[in-house]
Design a binder for this molecule. Structure first.
Ligand code: HEM
Ligand SMILES: *[C@@H]1O[C@H](CO)[C@@H](O)[C@H](O)[C@H]1NC(C)=O
Ligand SMILES: *[C@@H]1O[C@H](CO)[C@@H](O)[C@H](O)[C@H]1NC(C)=O
Ligand SMILES: *[C@@H]1O[C@H](CO)[C@@H](O)[C@H](O)[C@H]1NC(C)=O
Ligand SMILES: *[C@@H]1O[C@H](CO)[C@@H](O)[C@H](O)[C@H]1NC(C)=O
Length: 497
């Protein structure tokens, strides 16, 4: 009897030691981070500029932090070395998305390439279609006349505004250009006319979607609120998505009819998508892909252009230098042709420097750990949200000299590029989830920026001195400029040539 008691006692002791040991080991191996308060966890530390707050916190806790946002365990990665680990070396473990609640509206998360998991066969198919039928070099070359036309319209708009010394709202104007550029590539149709606001509805819709997706939502931190939707976020998003999807659906119906009549040339992205068999990509996926493109492609591009222009106006000698390059290679007053871009290294440096200091998706699109993952000596618990702080990496003083200065020359002799190979500069992400629209975005931004500065000299509105230009950021889903950039265009061809 005694023997059995001793045995049981021993077994129990072993068990206790094991439990204590495991829990010690576990708690030791979760990444460091600030102490969470009851219920809210670390939510109070985010503030209204979380990219800055989390950069500050990383200075204290290091390049991998574990935070508790409400009920959601969140990992924040803040160094290029760890970013590479997440997106290249252990890519597969972090390739699925953490889906914000608003994105479930209209079943979007079930059909959108941005949100479906990578092991869903549709994800692979759609990515392949995008790479071969939409964003390949050949396809983009084939429809570059569309972009040239839209950029010409932007320049005309600036001319008209500048005639009597009026200023141009750079962000607003380039937003319309990006939106029309995309809608023309996809449907061969304008969604907004720069000279009237008859269809400004659509711009507003896209804008509202960005706002709704970007604002913090209690439901994301406290999933038990999902059914209640206390802030009405999902309800409003359903309304916006329904409107856009309805519009897109109308275009598709129209096109299908035209194709049945047989007098339609295959020109745009919609045709390419309709040419693919419905087993590969069905109507739902096509509609949600169009929606994705408008949401992912407009604000990101136009904000980048606005920041680039703001930096050039703040740094007049950089502007002079790129104007010199353009005058020599292209000839003053002319639009930039996409084929000429390879001959404009200084313009490229400006765009890279803009991406470094003003990355438009500061945490990338959130990733998720599907299982417990061992990572750099820590455990990342299953279902954690994983954020890569690209903003912090772009301003890391161990990677960049004078990181807060806009110094385009740093890229002059450097091979670093934004295509997901150099983890110091990943404004488009990296790995299998890298932004598929990258090739289009780069072309569009280089050509638009080049054309704007090659056709005009620019002066800040209201007599603001360059050094006084306000460069405050506003955190939404993208990093917009708080004060819209207003600049007066002065046509360059009047200066002779
Ligand atoms: C300056 C312009 C742009 C920037 C900075 C940008 C940035 C990004 C980033 C950071 C991601 C997440 C990558 C990751 O998780 O590693 C992404 C994903 C995505 N982007 Fe872009 N993007 C831009 C333009 C575009 C355009 C023009 C389109 C399409 C027309 C587009 C479509 C998408 C899509 C569909 C995804 C999701 C891909 C997936 O999850 O598999 N983007 N983008
Ligand atoms: C979403 O999908 C479910 C399940 O198939 C379906 O019942 C529902 O009607 C869909 N909702 C919308 C808005 O399409
Ligand atoms: C769509 O996703 C929701 C979760 O957001 C799920 O409940 C539903 O069954 C899905 N519908 C389809 C058609 O897959
Ligand atoms: C995809 O991955 C998820 C999560 O790991 C899993 O639950 C699901 O069964 C997988 N689906 C397929 C089709 O493999
Ligand atoms: C543009 O919008 C303003 C205010 O919303 C309105 O007063 C004006 O008539 C509109 N112009 C056109 C051309 O629709």
């Amino acid at each position: 009897m005694e023997y059995v008691n001793i045995l049981l006692g021993l077994l129990f002791a072993c068990f206790l030691v094991r439990v204590v040991f495991i829990s010690l080991r576990r708690s030791k191996r979760v990444a460091p981070g600030p102490f969470p308060l009851p219920i809210i966890g670390n939510l109070h530390l985010l503030g209204d500029k979380p990219h800055i707050s989390l950069t500050q916190l990383a200075k204290r806790y290091g390049p991998i932090m574990n935070l508790k946002l409400g009920q959601i365990n969140t990992i924040v990665i803040s160094s290029s070395v760890m970013a590479k680990q997440v997106m290249q070396k252990q890519d597969l473990a972090f390739s699925n998305r953490f889906v914000p609640d608003t994105l479930h509206a209209c079943n979007h998360s079930n059909y959108s390439v941005t949100w479906i998991p990578v092991n869903n066969s549709q994800w692979k198919t759609i990515r392949k279609i995008m790479n071969t039928h939409i964003f390949s070099g050949n396809k983009l070359d084939a429809n570059k006349h569309i972009r040239t036309k839209k950029i010409q319209e932007l320049i005309d708009y600036c001319h008209k505004n500048g005639e009597n010394g009026g200023a141009v709202n750079i962000g607003g104007a380039t937003f319309r250009t990006s939106l029309n550029l995309l809608s023309n590539s996809i449907f061969s149709k304008d969604l907004t006319d720069p000279f009237s606001n008859s269809s400004k509805d659509f711009k507003e819709l896209v804008w509202n979607i960005m706002v709704e997706a970007g604002k913090p939502n209690w439901v994301d931190y406290f999933p038990f609120l999902q059914k209640i939707d206390p802030q009405g976020r999902r309800r409003r998003m359903t309304d916006y998505f329904t409107k856009v999807l309805h519009l897109i659906s109308g275009f598709i119906d129209e096109r299908i009819k035209e194709r049945e009549m047989g007098n339609h040339a295959n020109v745009d992205v919609l045709d390419a998508l309709l040419n693919i068999s419905p087993e590969e990509i069905d109507r739902n996926h096509i509609e949600h892909l169009c929606l994705d493109s408008f949401v992912a492609g407009t604000d990101t591009s136009s904000n980048t252009l606005e920041w680039a222009m703001a930096e050039l106006l703040k740094n007049p000698h950089t502007l002079e230098k790129v104007q010199e390059e353009l005058a020599q290679v292209i000839g003053r007053g002319k639009l930039i042709n996409e084929a000429d871009v390879s001959k404009l290294p200084y313009l490229k440096c400006i765009v890279k420097e803009t991406f470094r200091i003003h990355p438009q998706v500061p945490f990338l699109i959130p990733r998720k750990a599907e299982e417990d993952v061992e990572f750099c000596g820590y455990i990342i618990p299953k279902d954690s949200q994983v954020l890569v702080n690209v903003w912090a990496i772009g301003r890391d003083s161990s990677l960049w000299e004078d990181p807060l200065d806009f110094k385009t020359e740093r890229f002059w002799e450097s091979e670093i590029d934004v295509r997901g190979q150099d983890f110091e500069l990943i404004p488009f992400g990296a790995g299998r989830r890298i932004c598929p629209g990258l090739p289009l975005a780069i072309r569009m931004i280089l050509v638009t920026l080049g054309s704007l500065v090659n056709t005009f000299n620019w002066k800040l509105d209201g007599g603001i001195a360059p050094k006084d230009l306000d460069m405050e950021e506003k955190f939404g889903i993208t990093l917009a400029k708080t004060q819209p950039l207003l600049a007066i265009p002065i046509p360059l061809q009047l200066l002779g040539y």
